[in-house]
Design a protein around this ligand. Structure first.
Ligand code: CA
Length: 295
């Protein structure tokens, strides 16, 4: 009985009181202190404050992009209100969107579409503390532990570089932040100052968000005046891509709508969108919503 109780105690104890006590935290503390020069006490205090949230693990385990049907996914994003607000967003931010289009080659409708899908044009930035998300997923979600531990390190760096309060920054369950939902590594690498105030602020500056999305796509292979998809029948695709074109560089896609499969080939700019979110549903929704803005 005593051994049994001891076993129970041990099992319960596997859930650590805080992330400072977690056996894997020492490695990150060392890295932050020794390589990046953070104060040890500060890092420990932050990790002590971080909280595990089961909801975060539940959410990442069943993302809509990979568990829903295309029709359900499409209905969520390509709807009247999002289309209307997107057209309004374009009208209100036309000068900045056109500047981004000129500089990076990414059409205003695509930038707007990503903002609409990510955060309803900045209305929903996420309600999880990023420090909770990244510790929960870094330490308690083994499947992607290495990735999120790295994001945790980058988040410490990002908050120091951009003067953000590490305790209060909020984002998605996966630690994505601001208008365009950039994760820490992307924020540091691809976010830019596009309103000229010398700070890169994806939480409050719409202009910075617009420029950063355009810059991200350009760096990830977006081609000015390039194609996103070609379709919608395989025969059509074969006619458009003559034998000299290498079909292997394109992505064959099939989306079931109204009970029939529609076939597309994802071109360079489709691939670029999948660098933003690797789901094909996501990239297709970005394309569809952008087309709606033109109507
Ligand atoms: Ca700025």
């Amino acid at each position: 009985m005593k051994n049994f109780l001891f076993l129970i105690f041990t099992l319960v104890n596997l859930s650590y009181a805080d992330y400072f006590e977690h056996p894997e935290s020492q490695e990150i503390i060392n890295e932050l202190v020794e390589i990046h020069g953070f104060d040890k006490k500060y890092v420990e205090t932050v990790l002590k404050d971080a909280k595990k949230q089961q909801k975060i693990i539940d959410s990442i385990s069943k993302p809509a992009e990979f568990t829903w049907t295309w029709e359900r996914y499409k209905k969520l994003f390509i709807e009247e209100k999002r289309i209307r607000n997107g057209k309004k967003f374009i009208k209100n931010n036309l000068v900045t969107l056109e500047r981004a289009e000129k500089e990076f080659g990414v059409p205003k409708e695509i930038i707007t579409s990503i903002l609409g899908i990510e955060t309803r044009y900045g209305k929903i930035l996420g309600n999880y503390r990023v420090i909770d998300s990244l510790t929960t997923l870094g330490f308690d979600y083994p499947r992607r532990s290495a990735f999120f531990k790295d994001e945790l390190t980058k988040f410490f760096l990002l908050t120091r570089e951009n003067n953000l309060d590490i305790y209060s920054v909020k984002g998605s369950y996966a630690g994505a932040m601001g208008y365009g939902q950039f994760i820490s590594s992307s924020y540091r690498a691809y976010a830019i100052d596009f309103d000229g105030d010398n700070s890169v602020d994806l939480f409050n500056s719409v202009d910075d968000a617009i420029g950063s999305i355009a810059n991200y796509l350009k760096v990830h292979g977006w081609k000015r005046n390039g194609k996103i998809v070609t379709g919608s029948s395989l025969n059509n695709v074969r006619e458009i891509y003559k034998p000299h074109d290498s079909l292997s560089k394109f992505i064959p896609l099939s989306f079931n709508e109204d009970g029939k499969d529609n076939y597309f080939i994802g071109d360079d700019n489709f691939v670029a969108i999948t660098k933003y979110n690797r789901s094909h549903f996501y990239a297709m929704a970005v394309y569809y919503l952008a087309e709606e803005f033109k109507k």
